[in-house]
Design a protein around this ligand. Sequence first.
Ligand SMILES: [Zn+2]
Length: 230
Amino acid sequence: MLLRRAVLIVAITALAALLSPLSAQAAPKSASGPTCNLPESDAEALVILNNYYPGYWWDHTDLTVYVQAEPGISQEYLDAIDDAIATWGAVLEDCFDGLITLTQVDSRQDADIVVHYVAHAGGAVFSGYAVCGDHGCPNILVSSEAPPSWGQEPYSPELLGWITLHELGHALGLGHATNLLESTDLMGYGWPDLGDPVLSQCDVNALAFVFAWALEGAEPYPPAEGPYVC
Ligand SMILES: [Zn+2]
């Protein structure tokens, strides 16, 4: 449900901009920050993954993702993963006007990010990891995690979609919310027990912090020291 809603919000935002020249004037496109208007979350700050994995940052912005799923995984789960990738793709497009993109590709060789999906009897285990950028980072396991509140087995397609959104946040360079257990931010562990996850303005602003070089039009350089305060 959330995935469709998130896409819908993006569509409505775009429509509102078309219908209202005043709002378009009030929010001029800036080279220095995201141009979207996403919901706020209760995250206090977001950890910057690069601060803990120094080799891990992207030196290009046209990022690609490949889904590697075991045979026999039902279509509704595959759809949930695809929807999550599409949701991040739409959010990035809305927020960075094409400067930072996430595109699903059909070949693992061409992919910056590989999403693994492995089914177990009666449940599912998910992990996501990113492979090297051009700067030669080591392969890094972004996450293979199962926080307490996610321990529902078997995962519903909706929960798998949310987890995929979270893992893709890691793959893009975001760490967790500093108020981890309480936060329903996408990068927190508070959901789904405390509410649906929020792909928030802070998530996107933190990505602007991670990709500062790209927004400045500079040569690639690693992210600055975080955490990024929401
Ligand atoms: Zn995580």
